[in-house]
Unconditional design. Structure first.
Lengths: 107, 424
């Protein structure tokens, strides 16, 4: 699933940082898992708005994953404020896993 | 394109869940030690103090405590809402943790006075508080899905089972039932095995197996059919037991339940076929094996009923049946699912504030896979040898097999404690 963004260079950097955030239940990073929907970079207000989801609304690891996403982005962009928006519309499904993700799961 | 800013539902605290896991692990060890010391009792009738004590440690201390712990953790996932009260959950643990050893002690020394009576009262209190907690969590959520319905119904059956158990314990001292307690043993046992364990395993398994396999398969309609079949089978058994005491009628109940189990097998098979994660890990293999193992007690029960049609009860077959249920099917599920749930609970506790700040270990690396492999080998070899040993009343086989099961429990406890004391 492609991530919607208004700044592809910053988005690439952000996604690279987010590849270190693993969903421990599945063992795959949140980017290849397809959990990141949208990343907008508001240069004027030094703010990153990230829309993301979880594999299930009541994921036992949800809190950890959310905090990990926030910290990874704050580390990668120390001068910017990180705002996260959790959405379940659309809900995550297996089709959102990237090809690299599927290959990883089958290793 | 994207809408809503949904808040996360808070997980049940690890402080609620972990004591149940620890208690269950020690209970498994205690049961295997007693089994090793009591192999001589297996040549006697199944209604004897040591076998009753071991069965109750396995059913309540091991199976039920582990499931109660896991279900407190899984309630938010299953009912899609928060657990109503952590205090009620702690209360359930404390009352059950005192009640189960008291009841087991009562059976072991065959003192049906205060140890067994107070044990049974405390266990009933624990189950009632669990049932209340579950019901209130669901009422608050106002949404009942098929998985939650399975769990709630299973908890209701568990309460009926422990209530009947309480009556049976008191029936030893005061004649409150029309006949002796031995007569009601199969009713009490099957309320627990079918109503509690089978319904709960199917309700939780049907949610977790596709989740862990990352499967695209979903079939809610089939799950409702399975729910109806299992409950209809159990209700018909209760009616036949109380009002139509003819053995051949039990085959109707058994066939209904078998059809339900077969349908669940079909559900699991399709989840497996439509999985995205093609490589299935060792833990999932044990869990899937336990689904197949569900059929073994049903086949044995069929043989027992057919045998009963022409002869009297075959005690050795009944013992094999009980062993297959508690040391086979239920133990295989728990051995697998512990390592699919416990590492995540502890990981969340230890790395909750460290996630995203650097590399954190994978939860599956928090226990030794080598020890897990040894545990699986010791368990499978011990299980098969013990089954054969009971049937042929071979003491040497029973002793060696129980030693292997004890080893499996030691390996299991080793890994559980390794996860428990994991530090970052």
């Amino acid at each position: 699933m492609n991530v919607i963004t208004n700044n592809s260079i910053n988005c690439t950097l952000a996604l690279e940082a987010l590849r270190d955030v693993i969903d421990p239940e599945i063992g795959l990073n949140v980017v290849d898992l397809g959990l990141i929907y949208q990343m907008d970079f508001d240069e004027e207000n030094s703010k990153i708005n990230t829309v993301f989801t979880l594999t299930t609304q009541f994921c036992p690891m949800g809190e950890s994953i959310t905090e990990a996403i926030k910290r990874a982005l704050e580390n990668a962009f120390p001068l910017m404020e990180v705002a996260l928006e959790l959405t379940f519309d659309p809900a995550w499904n297996q089709e959102m896993i990237s090809e690299a993700g599927i290959n990883f799961l089958n290793q | 394109m994207f809408s809503g800013n949904n808040n996360l539902v808070k997980n049940t605290s690890h402080k609620v869940v972990l004591p149940f896991y620890l208690f269950a692990a020690f209970a498994f060890l205690a049961a295997t030690i007693l089994l090793f010391l009591s192999t001589g009792s297996l040549n006697q009738h199944y209604f004897n103090p040591k076998i009753l004590a071991i069965t109750h440690i396995m059913a309540l201390g091991w199976g039920t405590m582990m499931i109660l712990g896991a279900s407190h953790q899984l309630v938010p996932v299953l009912i899609e809402g928060k657990l109503f009260s952590n205090i009620l959950a702690h209360f359930s643990f404390v009352t059950a943790a005192i009640g189960i050893p008291l009841l087991a002690y009562g059976f072991y020394v065959f003192n049906m006075g205060w140890p067994a009576q107070w044990g049974a009262i405390l266990i009933n209190t624990a189950i009632l508080s669990y049932l209340g907690n579950l019901t209130l969590s669901m009422i608050k959520r106002k949404k009942l899905n098929v998985h939650a319905t399975f769990v709630l119904t299973a908890a209701l059956w568990l309460f009926v089972t422990t209530l009947v158990g309480l009556l049976l314990v008191y029936n030893f001292s005061v004649p409150i039932l029309p006949t002796n307690s031995l007569h009601y043993l199969s009713l009490h046992a099957h309320l627990g095995i079918i109503g509690w364990f089978l319904l709960l395993v199917i309700g939780v398994g049907s949610r977790l197996i596709p989740m862990f396999l990352i499967s695209k398969y979903s079939n809610t309609k089939l799950l409702w059919v399975i729910y109806g079949l299992i409950n209809a089978g159990l209700l018909s058994f209760i009616i036949f037991f109380l009002y139509v005491p003819q053995t051949s009628f039990y085959l109707i109940s058994l066939a209904t339940i078998l059809f339900g189990i077969g349908s669940f097998g079909y559900y699991c098979l399709h989840s497996f076929k439509q999985r995205i994660r093609k490589k299935v890990d060792e833990i999932m293999k044990i869990s899937l094996l336990s689904v197949i193992m569900m059929l073994l007690p049903v086949i044995l029960l069929f043989i027992i009923i057919v045998w009963l049609l022409f002869n009297s009860v075959n005690p050795q077959l009944v013992l094999v049946y009980g062993f297959v249920v508690f040391f086979g099917w239920i133990t295989a599920i728990i051995l697998g699912m512990t390592f699919k749930t416990l590492p995540f609970i502890v990981w969340n506790k230890v790395y909750h504030l460290k996630a995203g700040l650097g590399k954190t270990p994978n939860p599956k690396d928090m226990f030794s896979s080598k020890i897990f492999g040894l545990m699986s080998i010791a368990y499978l070899a011990g299980f098969i040898m013990f089954m054969v040993g009971i049937y042929f009343a071979n003491n040497l086989l029973l002793k060696s097999a129980s030693l292997l099961l004890l080893l499996a429990a030691l390996f299991y406890n080793w890994n559980v404690l390794k996860i428990f004391f994991h530090k970052s």
